[in-house]
Structure formats: structure tokens, C-alpha cells
Design a protein around this ligand. Structure first.
Ligand SMILES: [Zn+2]
Ligand SMILES: [Zn+2]
Ligand SMILES: [Zn+2]
Length: 120
């Protein structure tokens, strides 16, 4: 297993993000520290970086909260495209859900259409 590094500021897992990194979570509101606007952040409360899948695999969107989807749902909807241990934002998941439904209804839907949709 390789050590993950923050793809914005480049620090390794377990270290604090560098100032201005857009991947750092706010310890107060759990939003993006760079844009949430909270003041007086206690250094001791800052969260070190851990790559526990807090950003969407597909679009890279930062996810302050994780929600668990049932194994069954994941397998039937996402599992064909993405591994079970990955994380997707709701937007991407709903998009995949939609595509999956289209595909199951209309098997003639062209693969190229699917590709152009997922490349946005
Ligand atoms: Zn960082
Ligand atoms: Zn905040
Ligand atoms: Zn996404």
C-alpha cells in the first residue's frame, strides 16, 4: 500500500495540511476550512489528513460527511462501475443510478453516450 498524500498541498497522511490547502476540514463546522469562514480555529483541533476516501472518486468533490449505502444497493447500482470501498458524492451516485436505470431499460443505449456523460 502506498502512502497517500494530499493532492492539494502534498503532505502525507497524519500530517496537518499546509495553510490555504483546500482539502482541510474545518474542525468547527466540518466544511471546507478554506471557504467556511469560521474564525479562531484552535490549532489543536485541526484535523490531520487521512485519506479515508473523503473525496468523490469520480469528480473529486470534497465530502465533509460520509453516508453509508447498503451493500445491496451499492452492488446493484454502483458495483459494476466502481469498487465497493470507494466513495462517491451524491451527485455522481445519482447520475450513475440514472444511467444504470436507463441502461437496464434500454440496452441499445450507446456506450459512447455513457462515456460522454461520465466525462463531464
Ligand atoms: Zn492538504
Ligand atoms: Zn467552519
Ligand atoms: Zn462526485
Amino acid at each position: 500500500m502506498k502512502t497517500q498524500t494530499c493532492h492539494d498541498c502534498g503532505i502525507k497522511e497524519g500530517q496537518l495540511h499546509l495553510e490555504g490547502c483546500d482539502m482541510e476540514r474545518c474542525p468547527k463546522c466540518k466544511g471546507q476550512l478554506l471557504s467556511c469562514g469560521c474564525k479562531n480555529i484552535n490549532e489543536l483541533e485541526r484535523e490531520p489528513f487521512f485519506d479515508s476516501g473523503f473525496s468523490c472518486l469520480r469528480c473529486g468533490k470534497f465530502l465533509p460527511e460520509l453516508k453509508q449505502v447498503s451493500d445491496q444497493e451499492w452492488k446493484t447500482i454502483i458495483g459494476i462501475t466502481y469498487p465497493t470501498d470507494c466513495v462517491l458524492c451524491w451527485n455522481c451516485m445519482n447520475l450513475i443510478k440514472k444511467l444504470r436505470m436507463l441502461l437496464s431499460k434500454n440496452t441499445t443505449l450507446k456506450v459512447s453516450k455513457l462515456k460522454s456523460n461520465t466525462n463531464q
